[in-house]
Write a protein that binds this ligand. Sequence first.
Ligand code: SAH
Length: 369
Amino acid sequence: MPVGRWTWSAAFLYNSLVDRMAVFTNVLEKARNSGDLTREEIIALLSLDDADDIARLVQAADEVRRECVGDDVHIRGLIEFSNNCAQNCLYCGLRRDNPDVHRYRMTGEEIVETAVGIAGKKIGTIVLQSGEDPWFTAERMAGIIHGIKSRADCAITLSIGERPYEDYRLMKEAGADRYLLRHETASPELYGRLHPDSQFESRRQCLIDLRELCYQVGAGCMVGLPGQTIEDLANDVEFLRRLDPDMIGIGPFIAHPNTPLAESPGGDLTLTLKMIAVVRLVTRNALMPATTAVGTIDEFGIEKALTAGANVVMPNYTPLEYRVYYEIYPNKRCITEDPESCIGRMSAQILSIGRTVAEGPGHSYKRNG
Ligand code: SAH
């Protein structure tokens, strides 16, 4: 090859590298300053594969997290009160067609006692989560919510799936403050493949109903679902930007052996962290948990998520006798650990990365509770 031509192509490569770096620096600057990214820029950030570039993205998200919501990490006490489920989501170990689940249902009294116990430990929010269990009618849930609220000074978050507007209304009137209903994926076609009995549109409508009823609303998605592309994840980011929920849960998909997706590879830690970072940059002041799933795929997953934009942890307070049966995916973190050591370990994790443990209910930074 003539020397002149070689020099020319080396110069060309050098210049395009410099250009690429300049573009990346500009996008990151924009992300840090306003989060007002185009779809192409969101895709570019989610596609980063250089370790230094990813570190810069995560650092920008961490800075925006500090500026917009401070160093506090909020603690939510989780009670998984029933693993009965009428739905058949392809990814979930609790799906109704899994015959190998030992199904349980805590009594109303057990739920109230457990919740009051958690609130007594100065944990300001109780999360009541279950499969979609019709036994827990809105009236029964209202009784439980009322029972907790009359004895404890805490916020109540529900995470019990899709319900009619009237049910949501009754439970809100009984005193529920928040509702977690991940949108799972904002790509309607992918959503349809994973949820044989439901459609994205009905999920979206539930989120709108909840918002109208003045719940603080949580949405979110899984990362690494079979067939999911970067374009799909960009749909999630854009959906979350439009909805602007108070809370956003993002975790990796983990294959459960007794589901149709048993053989699918699980979600990747780095992609999950990039997604948390981009969502933090775009949505600014959402409450974002470091999810149990991210702690399950990586020993330091919780700390890594907390330094990529997250600011909430959810120690598991489900009584140990039931907890092993709430297996939405295998090897769930905290499955045998008693609540006291789980919260102790989480507090140590929070302090070890220079953050503070928040007190009080930890309401939305977007709307007052
Ligand atoms: N029935 C409630 C609660 C579902 S469990 C509801 O419909 O909202 C809470 C979350 O766990 C789900 O929203 C889903 O995003 C996540 N999940 C379920 N199965 C999973 C799996 N195999 N891997 C990772 N996350 C999973």
